[in-house]
Design a protein around this ligand. Structure first.
Ligand code: ZN
Length: 425
C-alpha cells in the first residue's frame, strides 16, 4: 500500500526527454543506439514482471482486508510468561516479543489462546500454585485493559467481545500435571474460565505419555481416561499437542467430543515427535477435531528440525528438587536463558502455508487452524516473525488459490466450531 507505481505516461515522457537530449548531441550516435537497446530490454523485463508485482500487491491488499474481517483465532501462545517474568504491558506495542494487543489487531488475531504453562518439574501442589500465579497474572492484564481485552468463556462470548472490537482472551492450561492428579482441581480450573487443557507437556506425567518423554504407561492410564471423560462432561477441550502417538490414539478411543491439537505441525515436513503423522491427521478429522499449525521454524522445516534435535540432545535434563521461591527462581533462570536465543530460521511463511496445504489435502479444510506458539518459540520463520505478520500467511494462501471462505475457516471458524461444540454457546 502507498507503494509508488510506474505509469505508462511516466515512461513515455522519460523516453521523450531522452530523445531530446540526443537531438542536442548529448550522446554519440552509436552510444545512443546501444543505450536505447539496453533500456528497451529493461522495459521489456519490467513489463514482463508487472503482472506478478501487481498480483502480489493485490494479494497483500486482499490479505489485510480478509484479516480485518475474519474472526481470527490462534490456538496457542506463551505470552503470559512475559507478563509474569517481565511485567510487560500488553496494551502497548512492545519493541520485542511476538504478541501484544496492538499487534494482535494488526494481524487479525482477535481470539488468542493464552496458555497457562507450568514446566513439568513443578510437581503436585507446586504445579497448582504456579497455575494460580499465571491465572492471576492474566487477570491483571484483563483488569488493566477492560476496554481492550476480555475473558471469553463461550462461543457467544467470543462473538460478542470481538463484535466490540476487543480481544477475546481464551485461557488454557498446558500440562496435565497441573491438576495434581485431582479431578476437583480440573473442575475448579474450568470454573476459573479455563477452556482447554493440553494433556501433557515435555515429560510424561502420572497418567499420560508425552511425545518427548519416556513412555511410562503405554499411552493413557485408566485415570487418564477419567480425565478425558471429565473434560468432555464439564465442557473443556482436550488438547493433544505434546502427547505421544499412543496417547493420541487412546484419547480418540475414549473422547465423546472433538479434540484439538492446539499447536502441532506436519511430521511429513519436519520429522519431530511433536508433529502429527498423516494417519493422525486422518484420525483427527474423523473425530471432528482441528489442528492449529505451529509456527516454530523447527516444526516446519527439516533443516531447522535438525538444529532443534542437536539442542535438545545437549540440553541438561535436570529436574530440580526444589519448592516455592527457589523453584520459581530456577524456572525464571531457564526462561531468560531461552529468551536470549531468538532468531529467524531456514523456514519461511511459505513452509507454514505448505503445512496448512498438506493438512487440507490429508484431513480436509474443516480440520486446520493456526496455533502460532508465539512467545514460546525461539526460532521463527522468515516473514512470520510475530503475530502482526499473519497477513503474509493469508497472502501466501491466496497466491496458492485459497478462497476467502477457505481462509476464514483456517483463520478461526474451524476452532470456533469446536469451541461451540465442546464448551457451548
Ligand atoms: Zn507447547
Amino acid at each position: 500500500m502507498g507503494r509508488k507505481r510506474w505509469r505508462w505516461s511516466q515512461l513515455i515522457s522519460w523516453g521523450q526527454a531522452t530523445w531530446r537530449l540526443n537531438s542536442h548531441g548529448f550522446f554519440g550516435q552509436q552510444h545512443f543506439r546501444r543505450y536505447m537497446r539496453s533500456t528497451l530490454a529493461c522495459i521489456a523485463v519490467f513489463v514482463g514482471l508487472c503482472p506478478s508485482i501487481t498480483s502480489s500487491q493485490d494479494a497483500n491488499d486482499r490479505a489485510h482486508h480478509i484479516q480485518n474481517n475474519v474472526l481470527g483465532i490462534d490456538g496457542h501462545n506463551d505470552t503470559v510468561q512475559r507478563v509474569v517474568y517481565e511485567n510487560v504491558d500488553l496494551g502497548n506495542r512492545l519493541s520485542d516479543g511476538m504478541i501484544d494487543i496492538p499487534r494482535l489487531h494488526a494481524g487479525g488475531v482477535h481470539v488468542p489462546f493464552f496458555a497457562l504453562w507450568v514446566p513439568t518439574y513443578y510437581k503436585g501442589s507446586e504445579a497448582v500454585r504456579r497455575t494460580l500465579d499465571l491465572r492471576d497474572a492474566m487477570q491483571r492484564v484483563l483488569d488493566k485493559h477492560p476496554d481492550q481485552i476480555e475473558l471469553a468463556t463461550s462461543a457467544r462470548d467470543i462473538e460478542r467481545i470481538v463484535g466490540q472490537s476487543k480481544i477475546a482472551a481464551v485461557l488454557t492450561v498446558e500440562g496435565g500435571h497441573q491438576i495434581a492428579n485431582d479431578l476437583a482441581v480440573l473442575r475448579m480450573y474450568r470454573r476459573m474460565g479455563i477452556l482447554s487443557m493440553t494433556l501433557t507437556h515435555f515429560r510424561s506425567n502420572d497418567w499420560a505419555d508425552s511425545s518427548t518423554g519416556k513412555p511410562e504407561h503405554n499411552g493413557l492410564t485408566d485415570f487418564g481416561k477419567q480425565v478425558v471423560h471429565e473434560m468432555n462432561s464439564i465442557g473443556m477441550i482436550v488438547d493433544i499437542s505434546h502427547v505421544s502417538d499412543k496417547t493420541f490414539y487412546d484419547v480418540l478411543q475414549v473422547t465423546s467430543k472433538p479434540v484439538i491439537a492446539s499447536h502441532s505441525s506436519c511430521r511429513s515436513m519436519s520429522d519431530v515427535p511433536r508433529n502429527m503423522t498423516d494417519d493422525m491427521l486422518r484420525a483427527l478429522a474423523r473425530n471432528g477435531g482441528v489442528v492449529g499449525v505451529n509456527f516454530a521454524a523447527s516444526f516446519l522445516n527439516q533443516q531447522d528440525a535438525e538444529e532443534l534435535k542437536r539442542k535438545v540432545s545437549n540440553e541438561n535434563a535436570l529436574e530440580p528438587n526444589l519448592a516455592g521461591t527457589e523453584l520459581d527462581q530456577f524456572a525464571a533462570k531457564e526462561y531468560f536463558e531461552d529468551k536470549g536465543e531468538f532468531k529467524v530460521g531456514h523456514a519461511t511463511v511459505e513452509d507454514a502455508a505448505k503445512c496448512i496445504d498438506h493438512i487440507v489435502k490429508i484431513a480436509g479444510i474443516e480440520h486446520v487452524g493456526i496455533g502460532s506458539d508465539f512467545d514460546g518459540i525461539t526460532l521463527v520463520p522468515y516473514d512470520l516473525e510475530d503475530v502482526s505478520k499473519i497477513p503474509n500467511l493469508t497472502a501466501t494462501l491466496l497466491n496458492r488459490g485459497y478462497s476467502e471462505d477457505d481462509i476464514k475457516k483456517i483463520m478461526g471458524e474451524n476452532f470456533l466450531r469446536v469451541i461451540r461444540e465442546v464448551v457451548g454457546n
